[in-house]
Design a protein around this ligand. Structure first.
Ligand code: ADP
Length: 388
């Protein structure tokens, strides 16, 4: 079976093609700057190509994808199913679903909770339905994995009727990533997932930490939207809501400006004034830039704080796993986070942590709590969901 995985943003579409007979990636790439000037690049094993070409809309981008795929797939085979990454599935979707008119309308309606993501996801799905009309399309939601979070961990302290009326609650995100990482960690530990208490730390441009009990999400740091929790590249993370009142009043900001400030100008970028990119933060911190040091330390502190609280939520923890751009690639961040977790029984293997490599354990054999690095694979997870 061949599965095309699409991840549509407002001006980009990332695509991956998997042969699910052996879960092999055949092709991956991205159409960028859609509606601006247009660029298209892809890799397939050792081959790759990169071109500027006009991409006035998502449909023109997907036509390029279709043309490329038809050139690259083995003769006689065709795409059997398209899996779409959808950020918000609202209160309704605790599982992946076949895209219907109703599902698409719901995805658009849930733009209320993910205004920066769901409109673009829906736009991409509409274009894909048009470009690939004869095959099933599956929506795979970032929020679905977190439907198991108990009510006391997902309810906000506002009048209950309002929460009910508007679906205001913690939804959580990065579900495909946390699910993948938890499953791989169980394999690394050679223990059944259903017996494990895990804390998975997805630390990238967007960051979320998740408490996974026996394979199910029990709590996660992101909330109704992907803005809550740990500070991120440009997102503020958890704030005292009164800060918003103060900024609106003193800076004369309207709703749009405050949304822009909290989503695009805050986090590592806002604190450091250097960059949202953690490599640049680390480099500036190494040169003594005090605000870069503060941004780095705050990210580390936030992650450690969630690990501490989730070890209480889970009543102990068997393993802590790091993933995503920063979690998989910054030994220093991992070492800093783990440096205050001795009380939990974390004993980091300094050499294993420092050495490059993919999926692996980075704790010493006697460590009471294992520590692992598992590069995420959201695309394959979405492909598996589409097949399922
Ligand atoms: P996204 O959430 O967009 O998928 P990624 O998971 O790709 O983001 O993470 C991007 C982040 O990972 C950036 O802040 C980048 O600086 C950081 N990163 C990538 N490689 C490294 C590295 N070798 N060391 C430290 N940080 C890294």
């Amino acid at each position: 079976m061949l599965v095309l995985v699409l991840n549509s943003g407002s001006s980009s579409v990332k695509f991956n093609l998997f042969d699910m007979t052996n879960e092999r990636p055949l092709l991956e790439g991205m159409a960028e700057r859609i509606g601006v000037d247009g660029a298209f690049h892809w890799t397939a094993g050792a081959e790759q190509d990169q071109r500027d070409l006009p991409l006035p809309n998502h449909e023109s981008a997907l036509l390029e994808v279709m043309e490329l795929v038809s050139r690259r797939i083995p003769k006689g085979r065709c795409i059997n199913v398209v899996g779409h990454r959808v950020v918000h599935g609202g209160p309704k979707y605790g599982e992946s679903v076949l895209v219907t008119d109703e599902v698409l309308a719901d995805i658009e309606a849930y733009s209320l909770y993910a205004p920066l993501h769901n409109p673009a996801n829906a736009l991409g799905i509409r274009a894909a339905l048009h470009t690939f009309p004869d095959i099933p399309h599956i929506a795979v939601f970032d929020t679905a994995f977190h439907h198991t979070i108990p009510d006391y961990a997902r309810t906000y302290g506002i009048p209950y009727e309002l929460s009910q009326k508007y679906g205001i609650r913690r939804y959580g995100f990065h579900g495909s990533s946390h699910a993948w990482v938890a499953a791989r960690t169980a394999i690394l530990l050679a223990r059944p997932l259903r017996s494990l208490k895990l804390i998975t730390c997805h630390i990238g441009n967007g960051t979320s930490v998740c408490a996974v009990l026996h394979g199910h999400s029990m709590d996660t740091s992101m909330g109704m939207t992907p803005l809550q929790g740990v500070i991120m590249g440009t997102r503020c993370g958890t704030l005292d809501p009164s800060i918003v009142d103060l900024l609106i009043e003193k800076e004369h900001l309207n709703y749009q400006a405050i949304t822009e400030l909290l989503n695009k100008k805050s986090g590592l970028l806002g604190i450091s004034g250097v960059s949202s990119d953690f490599r640049e933060i680390e480099a500036a911190a190494d040169q003594g830039n005090e605000r870069a040091i503060l941004a780095r330390d705050l990210l580390t502190y936030d992650v450690r704080k969630f690990i501490g609280s989730y070890s209480a939520v889970l009543d102990g923890v068997d393993a802590i796993t790091f993933t995503a751009g920063i979690g998989s690639n910054s030994p220093r961040l991992r070492a800093e986070v783990c440096s205050h977790l001795g009380y939990l029984g974390v004993d980091l293997d300094v050499e294993a942590n420092r050495s490059a490599g993919g999926e692996r354990l980075i704790s010493l054999p006697g460590s009471k709590v294992a520590v692992a690095v598992v590069p995420t694979n959201e695309e394959l997870m979405i492909a598996r969901e589409a097949v399922r």
